[in-house]
Write a new protein. Sequence first.
Length: 77
Amino acid sequence: MPKRILRGTVVSDKGNKTIVVKVERQFLHPLLKKTIRRSKRYAAHDEQNVHKVGDKVRIIECPPKSKTKTWEVVTSA
């Protein structure tokens, strides 16, 4: 099964080697036919601590690195 790659914005870089990435998605409501925006926050592994708040990054699924981290940073988007 291929690994998912998501694109989002860094909203927190306070953890050591950890960033929090906010990923937004848009979809059409099935009944109202209106575009709806939803967002979700993912904890991602950042080995070199180079990404700061506001950066656009891509994250990819990985085996669990801690209790909440199952994503790691691929590159800046």
